[in-house]
Design a binder for this molecule. Structure first.
Ligand code: DGJ
Length: 697
C-alpha cells in the first residue's frame, strides 16, 4: 500500500511515493506526466529487488534518508549526536492551496517531520523545505538537517559546480559522478566566494541550449553543505543543508526549519533552468518599492578616491557623472567615524566631520540637483576594535574574537541591543539624508557558523525596509561573497565581484547567470588600468561587459580623455535604450563552437528582438571565426540583424571584401538560419565583444 502525490509545473513533474506510510521517495522528477498517469503504477515500476551483499530490504532514498530505515548513505538528519534513528510514519497531509504539506510522526521520539513543497507554474521552479518539530519534553537537538533530498538523474555523467575566490567568483567546473559522496561546504557563515550553494546537472545529451537539465539552489546566506552521493547500488542523492557549528535545540515552540531549496528542470538545456530561476527571482523573490522603475546607472566612487574623501572632489565627480548620464551616485566606504583606512571606525556610523564638516547634505543636494539619486555604503554587521562602539561594548562580538578579518570583528546579531543599535544608526542616516540605496557590505568570514546570525540579519534588513520602503539594498561581501536567493528576499541587487577587470568580469557574469538575472547583477566600467589585475582593455570591451548587466562606472572620472568620455556617454545611452530588453528578457548562454568565444544573447518575451554579445576572450586556434549559432529565436521569423560595433573590426584580421554584416549592412535572415548556420562574426583580436542586434523584419 502506498500513497502518491505529484507536483507539476509546465516543464516538470515530481512524484512522491510513500511506501506503507514511510517518508516519501521522489520516484519521478522529469518531463511533465500526462494528467491521468497512474502514479501507483509508476511508483511500483521503480521498485528494485535486493541483490547479493545487500540488506534484505532496499532502503528508501526518501526525502530524508535515515539509518533506521536501513539507508547506508549520508543521512539527511543528525540529531542528539547521532544520525537520526527515528521511523517516521505519515500522520496527515493538510490541504495547502498550490502546494503540498506532509506531516510525518515518529512516536518514540515524539517528533514530527514536515515536508513543504510549492511548485510555481508561472516560473517553473519548485520550492522545497522541511522542518523538525518536537512535540514532547525530551531534549531534541539538531546537528544537521537537509532540505528535502532529491534523487539525481541517472542519465547524467557530471555535475556543474560553482566555486571561486575574491575577484574570481562563479567559476564553473564539471565534476564526474562516481561512487561515494562529493561534499561542498561553506564554513564562512556566509554564502561564500568559494562554495556557492547551487549546482546544475546537465544530462548526457544536453548543453546550454538544448536537452534535459536540472538545477538546484539553496537560498541561504549562512554556512551550508551540499552532498552529491552515488551509492554502490547506483542511486544518487543530493542534499543541501544549512551548516551550524553547534547543535540547535528543538523545543515545542521552536521547530527547526531548513532553508528553501529551489529546483527546476528543463528540456531547453541549462538555459531553460536558468530562465526559470531568473523568472522566479523576478516574480517571487525580489521586492521593489517601484518594480517598473528601470534599474539606474550607478556611479560608485570607491576606485576613484578610496578613503580619501574631499567634498570638492566628490562634488566634481558628481557633476562629471551626471554629464555622462549616471542616475545614482554612490558614496562608498570612508565617510564615517575616522575611517582613513580599513583599520578603524566600523561601528561608528556618524559622518566624519573632519572630512565632511557640514555633513553629507551638500553632496546629496548636488547629486539630486543634477538629476541623480544618492546611495551610501555601510557595513553594519562589522566593527573595528579601533572604534567608539567596540570600546563601549566589547561584549557585543560574535565568537571569541581570536581572528580578525580585514581588521574587523563581527557583531552578534542575536542580541536585541545590537539589533536595536544597528537599526537606529541606519534609520537615522536614512531619515536625515535623502538616500535611495544602501550598499550593504560584509568583508570577513564569521568566527562562528550560526544560522540565527543569518536569520537575524534578514530580520534587520526587513525592519529597515519596512521603515524605509523606497530604499534599495545591494548585497556585497568583498564582491560576490553573499549572493543567493535567501539574501535576495531582503535586498534588490548584488555586487558580483570586486574585480572590475572586464575579462574576468565577463566570465564571472556568465557563471552568475546560471542563477541570477542580469538586472540585479551590478557591473561597473573600471579605471583605465584595472586596480585588481593591472590590465588595460578597450573602452568598448569594458562598456559592453558592464552594459550587459546593471551598468555602472567606478573610476576617477577625471582620468577620462574627451574621446573616452564621449564613448562612455554613448555606452550609457545605448544601455538605457537596451535595458528594457536586457532586464525583462530571457538570457541565453550560447554553445560556442570555439571555446575561446564566450557568448550570450538576450531575447525579448515575444522573440521579436534580440541582442547578442559574443566575447572573443583569447586568440582562437583557427584563423576564421567559427559561425556562432544563436538560440531562443522564432524559427519562422525573419530578423534584420546589425553588427553594432563595426568600428572594432580590425583590418589586419579582416583584409579585403567583407561579408555584409561585417561591412556594417543590415542583413535579413530567418531564425532558423541564425540558429542552425549561425552568425559569421569578424575575425577578432582577443578581448573584443561583438554586439549584434536583431529585430523582426
Ligand atoms: C569591499 C567591496 O566589495 C568594495 O566594493 C568596496 O565597497 C570596499 N569593500 C569598501 O571598503
Amino acid at each position: 500500500m502506498n500513497r502518491c502525490w505529484r507536483l507539476d509545473t509546465p516543464a516538470q513533474t515530481l512524484v512522491l511515493a510513500s511506501w506503507n506510510d514511510r517518508l516519501p521517495e521522489i520516484v519521478y522528477w522529469s518531463a511533465p506526466l500526462p494528467e491521468d498517469e497512474d502514479l501507483q503504477a509508476l511508483a511500483e515500476s521503480t521498485r528494485m529487488a535486493p541483490t547479493g551483499g545487500m540488506l534484505d530490504i532496499v532502503a528508501d532514498l526518501s526525502v530524508a534518508p535515515e539509518q533506521a530505515g536501513g539507508f547506508l548513505g549520508h543521512p539527511a538528519i543528525g540529531r542528539n549526536g547521532l544520525p537520526m534513528q527515528s521511523y517516521f510514519l505519515l500522520e496527515t497531509a493538510p490541504f495547502v492551496e498550490n502546494g503540498l504539506h506532509l506531516i510525518y510522526h515518529d512516536a518514540p521520539s515524539q517528533t514530527q517531520y514536515h515536508l513543504h513543497a510549492r511548485p510555481d507554474p508561472k516560473t517553473d521552479v519548485i520550492e522545497l523545505w522541511s522542518s523538525l518539530h518536537n512535540l514532547g519534553e525530551s531534549p531534541c537537538e539538531v546537528d544537521f538537517m537537509a532540505a528535502p533530498v532529491l534523487p539525481a538523474p541517472q542519465n547524467s555523467s557530471e555535475i556543474l559546480e560553482f566555486s571561486g575566490r575574491w575577484c574570481g567568483e562563479f567559476q564553473t567546473s564539471r565534476v564526474p559522478w562516481a561512487v561515494g559522496a562529493r561534499m561542498r561546504e561553506s564554513w564562512e557563515g556566509r554564502t561564500s566566494h568559494t562554495d556557492f550553494p547551487g549546482i546544475m546537472i546537465p544530462t548526457t545529451a544536453s548543453s546550454e541550449t538544448s536537452g534535459e537539465a536540472f538545477g538546484l539552489h539553496l537560498g541561504w546566506s549562512g554556512g551550508h553543505r551540499m552532498i552529491a552521493e552515488e551509492l554502490s547500488d547506483g542511486r544518487r542523492q543530493i542534499q543541501f543543508a544549512a551548516l551550524q557549528d553547534a547543535a540547535i535545540p528543538v523545543t515545542k515552540d521552536r521547530p527547526y526549519h531548513t532553508p528553501k531549496l529551489y529546483v527546476s528542470r528543463s528540456e531547453r538545456g541549462m538555459n531553460g533552468v536558468s530562465q526559470a530561476f531568473h523568472s522566479h527571482v523576478r516574480q517571487n523573490i525580489l521586492r521593489y518599492a517601484d518594480a517598473d522603475r528601470p534599474r539606474p546607472v550607478h556611479y560608485n566612487c570607491w576606485e576613484a578616491v578610496y578613503f580619501d574623501h574631499k567634498p570638492d572632489v566628490l562634488m566634481d565627480l558628481a557633476d562629471r557623472a551626471a554629464d555622462l548620464g549616471v542616475e545614482r551616485f554612490v558614496l562608498d566606504d570612508g565617510w564615517f567615524g575616522q575611517r582613513d583606512d580599513d583599520t578603524t571606525s566600523l561601528g561608528d556610523w556618524s559622518v566624519d566631520r573632519r572630512k565632511w564638516p557640514d555633513g553629507l547634505g551638500a553632496l546629496v543636494e548636488k547629486v539630486k540637483a543634477r538629476g541623480m539619486t544618492f546611495g551610501l555604503w555601510v557595513e553594519p554587521e562589522m566593527v573595528n576594535e579601533e572604534s567608539d562602539l567596540y570600546r563601549a561594548h566589547p561584549d557585543w562580538m560574535l565568537g571569541t574574537g581570536r581572528y580578525k578579518g580585514r581588521n574587523q570583528q563581527v557583531l552578534s546579531l542575536r542580541r536585541p541591543d545590537v539589533q536595536d543599535f544597528l537599526f537606529i544608526q541606519i534609520d537615522q542616516l536614512l531619515t536625515e539624508y535623502d538616500i535611495d540605496y544602501l550598499k550593504w557590505d560584509h568583508n570577513r568570514a564569521l568566527p562562528s557558523v550560526r544560522p540565527d546570525q543569518t536569520l537575524y540579519l534578514y530580520r534587520l534588513l526587513d525592519r529597515i525596509r519596512s521603515a524605509h520602503p523606497n530604499v534599495e539594498i545591494e548585497t556585497c561581501a568583498s564582491g560576490g561573497g553573499r549572493v543567493d536567493f535567501g539574501i535576495l528576499e531582503h535586498t534588490q541587487r548584488f555586487w558580483a565581484s570586486d574585480s572590475n577587470d572586464a575579462y574576468e568580469r565577463w566570465k564571472i557574469q556568465r557563471g552568475a547567470s546560471y542563477f541570477f538575472p542580469p538586472e540585479i547583477t551590478g557591473s561597473h566600467i573600471g579605471p583605465r588600468l584595472c586596480h585588481t589585475s593591472g590590465r588595460q582593455f578597450s573602452m568598448d570591451f569594458k562598456a559592453t561587459v558592464a552594459g550587459s548587466r546593471a551598468m555602472g562606472l567606478e573610476m576617477d572620472l577625471r582620468e577620462l580623455t574627451e574621446t573616452e568620455a564621449a564613448q562612455v556617454k554613448q555606452a550609457i545611452a545605448t544601455f538605457k535604450a537596451r535595458r528594457g530588453l536586457l532586464h525583462n528578457g530571457d538570457l541565453h548562454r550560447l554553445d560556442s563552437a570555439d571555446h575561446n568565444v564566450l557568448a550570450e544573447m538576450h531575447t525579448n518575451p515575444d522573440r521579436s528582438e534580440f541582442v547578442l554579445f559574443a566575447g572573443q576572450m583569447q586568440p582562437s586556434a583557427q584563423q576564421f571565426a567559427r559561425p556562432l549559432r544563436l538560440s531562443g529565436l522564432d524559427p519562422e521569423t525573419k530578423y534584420n540583424i546589425r553588427l553594432e560595433n563595426v568600428d572594432a573590426v580590425v583590418e589586419v584580421m579582416n583584409r579585403g571584401p567583407k561579408n555584409p554584416l561585417i561591412a556594417g549592412e543590415t542583413v535579413t535572415l530567418s531564425g532558423t538560419a541564425l540558429m542552425h548556420r549561425g552568425v559569421q562574426l569578424p575575425n577578432s583580436f582577443p578581448n573584443t565583444i561583438w554586439t549584434v542586434t536583431g529585430e523582426r523584419q
